[in-house]
Design a protein around this ligand. Structure first.
Ligand code: HEC
Ligand code: HEC
Length: 322
């Protein structure tokens, strides 16, 4: 089930809880009824059963995802599961009282209130969180929530097996290490040998995968990009920007459109520094944050720390013109 569908169902779920709450107050809280009490009671019952059915449906999918999840569940997930379980217990008690232990009926209102509060808690800790992340543009959290790895080593590996064995076996691939830039260049050269056998996006995936499994560690221990270089960026000349443009066209275009918002392998970089937030992580669009992405990427992007401060500086200068 997609996050969008889950969110839709859980909004419906919370709305049903709201209706239950309101109709209970209308039925029990007023001396003189504004609305036909029989009809309202009937509606209360029907929406109560729908609520239970929806609870079971959503739980089924959540438990399935839960069972398939790799690794430890996040604190938010744990809280969500706990509140959902508590909701189950209270709901079961309430139904038991209404259907079987009718003598206890007096307490049923309190149970109703607790169900309402717990239902809100379940919604807030899942869908509420999802929409908060969307509202603040936190793509990183969203892609984690929807379980979409944008570029996965698995697909890179599969593509390597499928595509790169067309002209030679993989021994020449596995017997060497290269920097990320080196792998991008190699794949680029392979693509030029024969047109059309692999798409740019797929080439990017293979290069990223190779950088991961056969990557040279060219970058560790370099000095940090100095503050003076950052201030110098404000007064860069066009030669620097052109150099940055050339670098971008030789290494970044595989995975990023410079003039579009759409995703290629990574997000589109149009207007990168003109927008308040970075497209993937949602961090503020500052030179420092982009630089940190180039040196220590947050997810699947290969590191470009090996390019060195000067060349990273020219790329940053170019990125500011997008
Ligand atoms: C159209 C045929 C063809 C395809 C498809 C192809 N290669 Fe090659 N590859 C060659 C040829 C020809 C050479 C030797 C000449 C050269 O190095 O340019 C070579 C050499 C290489 C080398 C050794 C040279 C170097 O730069 O280290 C590597 C590594 C390599 N290929 C990787 C790959 C990868 C990875 C893929 C898949 C993305 C791939 N090849 C797909 C034809 C191909
Ligand atoms: C092999 C594919 C690939 C290459 C090459 C690549 N990127 Fe990325 N880039 C990604 C992916 C995937 C992401 C999403 C975040 C991640 O995986 O780290 C990303 C994210 C970004 C972001 C957004 C970071 C954020 O915080 O939202 C910027 C900026 C960026 N890349 C710049 C560059 C620049 C500049 C280059 C060239 C030096 C480059 N990338 C080369 C795949 C790539």
């Amino acid at each position: 089930m997609t996050v969008e569908l889950k969110s839709f169902l859980s909004i419906f779920f919370v709305l049903l809880a709201l209706f239950q709450f309101w109709s209970m107050f209308e039925l029990l809280g007023r001396k003189e009824h504004r609305l036909n009490p029989r009809l309202l009671r009937r509606l209360h019952q029907v929406s109560g059963y729908t609520f239970v059915a929806l609870y079971l449906l959503i739980s089924y999918y959540c438990l399935r995802d839960f069972a398939a999840a790799k690794g430890e569940v996040s604190p938010r997930g744990t809280l969500h599961a706990f509140v959902a379980f508590a909701l189950f217990v209270v709901l079961a008690l309430k139904i038991l009282i209404i259907r079987v232990y009718k003598q206890l009926k007096g307490g049923v209102r309190q149970y109703g209130l607790v169900v309402f509060v717990l239902a809100l808690g379940v919604g807030a800790s899942s869908t509420g969180y999802y929409y908060l992340m969307r509202a603040t543009g936190n793509q990183y959290q969203i892609s984690k929530l929807s379980g979409q790895a944008r570029i996965g080593p698995v697909s890179g590996a599969a593509l390597l097996d499928e595509k790169c064995t067309r002209c030679h076996d993989l021994s020449r691939v596995f017997d060497r290490t290269k920097t990320a830039e080196g792998w991008v260049q190699t794949v680029d050269r392979m693509r030029e040998l024969l047109p059309g056998w692999i798409a740019a996006r797929e080439g990017g995936l293979v290069a990223a995968y190779l950088a991961e499994i056969r990557g040279a560690r060219a970058s560790e221990g370099k000095p940090r990009f100095v503050a003076s270089a950052l201030t110098a960026l404000n007064s860069v000349d066009s030669t620097t920007r052109d150099a940055g443009h050339d670098l971008f066209t030789s290494i970044c275009v595989y995975c990023h459109y410079p003039d579009r918002d759409e995703d290629k392998v990574g997000p589109g970089l149009k207007g990168l520094f003109k927008k308040p937030r970075l497209p993937f992580s949602g961090r503020p669009a500052t030179v420092e944050n982009v630089l940190s992405q180039l040196r220590n990427p947050i997810d699947k992007m290969p590191s470009f720390a090996h390019l060195g401060d000067e060349r990273l500086g020219t790329i940053l200068a170019y990125l500011q013109t997008l």
